[in-house]
Write a protein that binds this ligand. Structure first.
Ligand SMILES: Cc1ncc(COP(=O)(O)O)c(C=O)c1O
Length: 484
C-alpha cells in the first residue's frame, strides 16, 4: 500500500494537515487555509504528491504561519532559510546557495550528511522493520547497539536505557538517581547538585538543572523543583587547578546538602548551550572524589561532549573518571534520527531495581529499530575512522584560524577545545544581521547571545574549515567596525 493510499484510511483529524499540503497544488495558500477543512480527504489522498508546485514563497509562508521553530516566537519569527539537501559538510539552500555547515546540526552530524554507510544501514533496516514496540519484545538492532555502546563506554557502564532524545535521557537519569535512593530507604534524597552555566535540555526535569539565572527557562522557574547550584567552575580547561580555591564552594554545598542529594549532574569539561565554557578536568576529578567520599551519585551529561567532540571519546576521559550514570544523544545516530541513551553501572541498576522494582519509564519509540541500526552503524564508522586525529587537526586549525580575532575590540575571549571553536563577544550578536553576513560568506553558523562558535563535522577539509574561520573573523571585524 503506498504512503498516499495509507493516508486515506487515517482518521480525518490527522488527514487534515495532509490535506493542506496536497491542496496547495491546485489552490492558492489563502484558499487552502480557509477551505481545506471542508475538503474530502479521500479524494485528496488519491492525488500524487507534487511538492515542486509549491512556490518557494508559499513554502516559506506556510512555515511562517504554521510552524514553530526552536526558541522562536510564533508571531515574530526570524526569517528562515529553506534547506533543499545536505551532502558531506554542505547544506544546499533552496535559493541555490551552498554553505559549509559549521554546526553539525547542533553537534550531531559528526560524519557530515548523506553518508553512504548510514544511508545503507537505514535502507537495510527499513526493509525489515522501522519500528516495533520494545515492551515485551526485543530486536537485533537494539542488542547490537547495546553491545557497541557498552564496548566504547567508560568501564562499568553496562546497563543501557534507549530513549527518544537527549532531554529524555536526562529525565531517565534523574529518575534512576531518585529511585535508587528511594529504594535504599532514603526517599528524602531527591535533590540534585549542579553548577551554574549548565544546560541539560528543555523538558521539566532537565530544565530544573539548567542555569537558573542565565538559562533559557526562567519563565518556568516557579514550576520547577528547587535544586542546589554551585558557582560555574572558575578554573578554565588549561588553567592550573587549585582545589581549595576552585572546588571549595562546591564541596561545602555537597556536604551541607548531602542528606537530601540524590546525585550531582554536570556536563564534563565543556558546558555547551549554557555558555560554551571549558573547565578543568581536575575540577571534574575533584567532583568524582567528593561524590565517592559522601556517597552521592554522579551523572555526567555527555550529550554534547560525547563521541569525540572534545578530543577524547567522552568528556570524562579527560579526567580519567567514570560516572555512575551517563547520558548521551546528539551524535549517537550520526545526526540521522532522534535518539538518546542513559547508561548506568551495575551498582546503580541493582539499586534502581531493588526488590525487582521496575523503572517506570517506557516511551512508545523506545529503542526504535531504525534509530538503533543507524546508531550502531554510526559508532562503527566513528570507531573505524581516524576521528581522534581529525578532531586534533580541526582543533589546531581552529586555533590558527581564530587567532587573529583575539585582538579585535568586540572580542572578549577566543577558546578552542577538540573540534569546538568559540569566540565570546563583549555584546550580543544581531542574529539576523550576522546570519545574513555568514551566508554571504558561504557559511552556516547559529550564534547565540554573545557567542559565535563552530563545531563542524569531523570529515571537514582544511579549506572548508578555513572558509568558516575566515567568515567568523570577518563578521567580528564588521561588528567591531559598527561599534566604532
Ligand atoms: C548537554 C546537553 N544535554 C541535553 C541536551 C538536550 O538534548 P535534546 O535537544 O536532544 O533533547 C542538550 C542539547 O543541546 C545538551 O547540549
Amino acid at each position: 500500500m503506498s504512503r498516499w493510499a495509507f493516508a486515506s484510511i487515517r482518521p480525518v483529524r490527522q488527514v487534515h494537515a495532509f490535506c493542506v499540503s496536497k491542496a496547495l497544488s491546485t489552490l492558492s495558500f489563502e484558499e487552502t487555509s480557509s477551505r481545506s477543512s471542508k475538503l474530502c480527504p479521500y479524494n485528496i489522498a488519491k492525488q500524487e504528491p507534487d511538492d515542486e508546485s509549491i512556490t518557494p514563497e508559499a513554502h516559506l509562508k506556510i512555515d511562517r504561519e504554521h510552524l514553530w521553530h526552536p526558541y522562536t516566537s510564533m508571531t515574530n519569527p526570524m526569517p528562515m532559510r529553506s534547506v533543499a539537501r545536505a551532502d558531506g559538510v554542505y547544506l544546499t539552500l533552496e535559493t541555490g546557495e551552498r554553505v559549509v555547515d559549521g554546526m553539525s546540526s547542533w553537534w550531531a552530524a559528526v560524519h557530515g550528511y548523506n553518508v553512504p554507510e548510514l544511508n545503507e544501514a537505514a535502507a537495510r533496516q527499513l526493509g525489515k522493520m522501522s519500528h516495533v514496540m520494545f515492551g515485551g519484545l526485543t530486536h537485533r538492532p537494539a542488542t547490537e547497539l547495546a553491545k557497541r555502546l557498552v564496548d566504547i563506554a567508560p568501564d562499568g557502564l553496562t546497563k543501557v536505557f534507549l530513549c527518544d532524545s537527549g532531554s529524555v535521557a536526562v529525565e531517565v537519569a534523574i529518575k534512576m538517581a531518585l529511585q535508587f535512593w528511594s529504594l535504599q530507604g532514603f526517599p528524602r534524597r531527591s535533590r540534585l547538585l549542579t553548577v551554574r552555566g549548565g544546560y541539560h535540555g528543555d523538558t521539566f526535569g532537565a530544565m530544573a538543572v539548567c542555569d537558573p539565572v542565565n538559562g533559557m527557562h526562567s519563565l518556568f522557574k516557579d514550576a520547577l523543583p528547587q535544586h542546589v547550584f554551585a558557582p560555574r567552575p572558575a578554573c578554565t580547561f588549561h588553567e592550573e587547578f587549585r582545589e581549595e580555591e576552585h572546588l571549595d564552594e562546591f564541596k561545602q554545598l555537597l556536604v551541607e546538602n548531602k542528606e537530601e542529594l540524590a546525585a550531582v549532574i554536570m556536563e564534563p569539561v565543556l558546558q555547551g548551550a549554557g555558555g560554551m565554557h571549558m573547565y578543568s578536568p581536575q575540577y571534574l576529578r575533584g567532583v568524582r572524589r567528593l561524590c565517592d567520599e559522601h556517597d552521592v551519585l554522579l551523572i555526567l551529561d555527555e550529550i554534547a561532549t560525547g563521541f569525540g567532540r572534545t578530543g577524547e571519546l567522552w568528556g570524562s576521559c579527560h579526567a580519567n573518571i567514570v560516572p555512575d550514570i551517563m547520558c548521551i544523544g546528539k551524535a549517537l545516530t550520526g545526526g540521522y534520527l532522534t535518539m538518546g541513551a542513559t547508561l548506568a553501572s551495575s551498582k546503580v541498576a541493582e539499586g534502581v531495581s531493588a526488590g525487582g522494582y521496575p523503572l517506570m519509564h517506557g516511551p512508545t519509540f523506545m529503542a526504535n529499530p531504525l534509530s538503533c541500526a543507524i546508531a550502531a552503524a554510526s559508532i562503527q564508522l566513528l570507531t573505524e575512522s581516524p576521528w581522534r586525529e581529525r578532531v586534533r587537526n580541526i582543533g589546531a586549525e581552529l586555533k590558527d584560524g581564530l587567532a587573529g580575532c583575539a585582538d579585535v575590540g568586540v572580542v572578549k575571549d577566543v577558546r578552542v577545545l577538540g573540534a569546538v571553536g568559540v569566540i565570546e563577544l563583549n555584546r550580543a550578536v544581531d542574529m539576523q544581521w550576522i546570519t545574513a553576513k555568514l551566508i554571504q560568506r558561504g557559511v552556516w553558523l547559529r550564534p547565540f547571545g554573545r557567542l559565535l562558535y563552530t563545531m563542524p563535522p569531523y570529515v571537514i577539509q582544511s579549506t572548508e574549515l578555513q572558509t568558516i574561520t575566515d567568515a567568523m573573523k570577518d563578521v567580528v571585524k564588521a561588528m567591531d567596525a559598527q561599534d566604532r
